[in-house]
Ligand binder design. Structure first.
Ligand SMILES: NC(=O)c1ccc[n+]([C@@H]2O[C@H](COP(=O)([O-])OP(=O)(O)OC[C@H]3O[C@@H](n4cnc5c(N)ncnc54)[C@H](OP(=O)(O)O)[C@@H]3O)[C@@H](O)[C@H]2O)c1
Length: 335
């Protein structure tokens, strides 16, 4: 974990820390709306309106669910929000909704398929020309596949969407992110990543017995490891990198891919606004400039594994980096 400034967060009272720990370990209580309702009683650092006035923020997967709620919140804070979607119609409908919900919001429409590395390359180069000072890049686009699906470049779609596209886009936007006092990168990972160890030996999930939820958990683990590695590598440019998980949030993604889970947890699920809270706070609050490389939930850093079983070795981390670097090279060998 990289500490970029000397200012340390004030510790909440012990009673809160114990309660917070119990909520986290119970999973059901912590990830549900109960966790959010209890923890928010101790939050004393809400971000004032106008905090992001004129700052550019790019958020992927911002056409529904958590991303759409985050785009609304960031617009209310005064940011110029670059709303990225891959389906032009869906994107336009979402922008219409945002402009009604946040009439003063400044929204820019951005079309790109994050799983398509050629498209990411086109978009990244284009945005870097248009925006020279990028305050934050939020990798929020997410998917789950029912059966193993490959992108045009031959990558399993979940790893392409959650890992390779974000890796390449972060690289292409390095200059605008490093501008001025440095930008922030946030990955929307998932608590599901606790169920998976880092798989550096088969990142494209070519082995038999493909499972969509397993591929999802593996790639969400990769995001957390990648955020830690990027935090170390980008610290010299004053770019901070976080990963976070939103808890259990009632979104289209969940109703599409996790029907049984949704039916069982619906009364306790968070709203998209509640799920987006930590992400928005990391982008906007002064605390988001600290503790680079951490994995957050409900505005506090969380362990990335419990026990030793799912901890990765330095060799595995290096192999993930190598895989991302190789997979995102273009035909001329450059990223
Ligand atoms: N909901 C939860 O309980 C939960 C829990 C943990 C983590 N998460 C994470 O939160 C993030 C947001 O998910 P959500 O629950 O809000 O689901 P969602 O409503 O389905 O949102 C997913 C977003 O990603 C977009 N997207 C998918 N593939 C894309 C691609 N190739 N290029 C560009 N955009 C793409 C979708 O656009 P289209 O709709 O147009 O396809 C949509 O805007 C995901 O990363 C997910 O893994 C969610």
């Amino acid at each position: 974990m990289t500490q970029l400034t000397d200012s340390r967060p004030t510790e909440p009272p012990r009673v809160f820390r114990v309660l917070d720990w119990v909520l986290d370990r119970s999973v059901v209580l912590g990830y549900s709306r109960i966790g959010h309702a209890v923890r928010r009683r101790w939050w004393d650092d809400d971000v004032p309106a106008g905090m992001l006035k004129g700052r550019h923020v790019l958020i992927t997967g911002a056409t529904s669910g958590i991303g759409l709620a985050a785009a609304a919140a960031l617009g209310r804070l005064g940011a110029v929000v670059h709303v990225l979607g891959h389906d032009r119609d869906h994107l336009e409908r979402s922008l219409e909704r945002l402009r009604v919900e946040v009439p003063d919001g400044d929204y820019v429409s951005e079309v790109c398929d994050i799983s398509d590395l050629e498209d990411v390359r086109r978009f990244g180069h284009d945005l870097a020309q248009r925006v020279t000072d990028l305050h934050a890049l939020v990798h929020n686009a997410g998917t789950m596949a029912r059966e193993r699906t490959e992108t045009a470049e031959g990558h399993e779609v979940t790893v392409a969407t959650h890992v390779l596209g974000p890796f390449l886009l972060t690289h292409l936007l390095h200059e605008p992110l490093a501008h001025g006092d440095g930008g922030r990168v946030v990955f929307t990972s998932s608590g599901g990543m606790y169920a998976a160890a880092l798989r550096d030996d088969d990142p494209d999930y070519g082995e038999d017995g493909y499972s969509g939820p397993k591929a999802y958990a593996r790639t969400k683990r990769m995001q957390v490891v990648l955020a830690e590695t990027l935090a170390e590598r980008l610290a010299g440019d004053r770019i901070v990198v976080h990963s976070m998980h939103p808890g259990w949030v009632d979104t289209r993604g969940v109703s599409r891919y996790l029907t049984v889970f949704r039916a069982a947890t619906l009364p306790f699920m968070r709203s998209p606004d509640q799920g987006a809270d930590t992400l928005v706070w990391l982008v906007a609050s002064p605390r988001g400039a600290q503790q680079s490389g951490s994995f957050w939930h409900d505005r506090r850093p969380r362990p990335t594994s419990y026990g030793r079983a799912r901890q990765q070795t330095p060799t595995q981390v290096a192999r993930l980096w190598e895989y991302c670097t190789e997979a995102t090279r273009d035909s001329k060998g450059s990223p």
